[in-house]
Design a protein around this ligand. Sequence first.
Ligand code: MV4
Length: 491
Amino acid sequence: MKYFDKILVANRGEIAIRIMRACRELGIDTVAIYSEPDKNALHVKYADEAFYVGEAHPSKSYLNKERICDIARKSAAEAIHPGYGFLAENYQFAKLVEEEGLTFIGPAWRTIEVLGSKIGSKGMMRKAGVPVLPGTPEGVTTLDEAKKVAADIGYPVVVKASAGGGGIGMHIVESEEGLEEAIEGGMRIAGSAFGDPTVFIEKYLAKPRHIEVQILADASGHTVHLYDRECSIQRRHQKLLEEAPCPIMTPDLRERMTASAITAAKASNYKNAGTVEFLYANGNYYFMEVNTRLQVEHTVTEFITGVDIVKQQIAIAAGEDLAMEQEDISIRGHAIECRINAEDPLNNFSADPGKIVRYRSPGGPGIRVDSGIHVGYAIPPHYDSMISKLCAWGSDREEAIQRMRRAIYEYVVLGVKTTLPLHYAIMRNPHFIAGDTHTHFLQEEHIAASLRCYLREEETRMQTLAASLRQGKKVAAITTAVEVYLRKNTE
Ligand code: MV4
């Protein structure tokens, strides 16, 4: 089954390639778009056709709705896949694509619009019987009203932007004294960042877990879930590592959470692939939001369920019925994804764009690498710093961790600093190994300590290996760490 003859992928990097891989398997031709600094990027080489879309700045290129639709028309593409980020959750883009007579590979634009409002979606889910944190059902407008609500809920509370995301405009309030400032500050930031100053108040959870459920729904409303993911390990609202299934899931919690996710999908008339996000604390879970896009971490769900989520998206967008029932979908083993960013984890994660001078990707049992880089490639400074997603599957969590460690050991990326050493340290951290993670995991001192400890051990090991090499002795495999060390000490 082919579904479409040609699809335009309105994105760049690893996710553009991931989508084109599904198209290639289905025999669908692909159209890439590229900005000025991306003219030699891998996603451009991978596609059957590629069109220049505009200058480096996203507003001129990957966010240029009209230009992207023009290219789709010119190239005779029938559908547009937006990937993640950029225009993926922009309902005006989805609407424009439909008005142009093209198919948007994602939910209906009205669903994207409704779920884009945190207040709107929480109200919808509360009504549908999905657990939601105590909070204001509408935006707060007056300080008196806010004081009353916060006193009812009980401090600490959090002030959030309704149009927000990524923690922008979010303020934690410990007592009534801080409320006025949080509301004013939140409204100011929300107004300038999203063009909508509406804020609301809800109960604040100190160190929750971020657990999400992947769903698939076809146009006739047949909806299934692909189980859960644990995404708590993040930094400044950027996830660093995800796994599936969630390591603390129990049959009872899974039953309730996946049922809530299905309810959320049905309540919003959801179609295509989506993610229902929950915060979890002390045995309770609460609906946060629905992500109406294909997510970065969809890979771990693909590993444990065997379902190709992108192919399912394409089939659903073409109007096909889902060819699976809930009882056909089960969990096999465990998967972990490390997001490899061109950042220096020892220097406040500052971005480190630059040219890749050596590159060797890991492989072997249970390893999947989704990346858009190669030797000689210059990482543009204009976009996200994620250069690769390294995923490991094992028959259980312990084997997934062992394979991840082994794959990190094999991975060679020279020329830019990366988050690989941090991932290695996390893979050896006893709290991580025990599955004991939460949203403030990386802020805990033991993580910094285990990273420093790992780097010290590596330094000693490297000195020993370098000494052996100088004496003409054979050393075990030239690993990432050895290469980095030798490069630093010989060039
Ligand atoms: C919260 C919370 C605690 N209590 N809401 C941050 C971004 C937004 N999507 C939701 N966020 C949070 N909302 C209440 N009522 C803690 C966070 C939070 C968080 C959530 C998910 C993943 C990482 C996080 C990191 C810091 C704070």
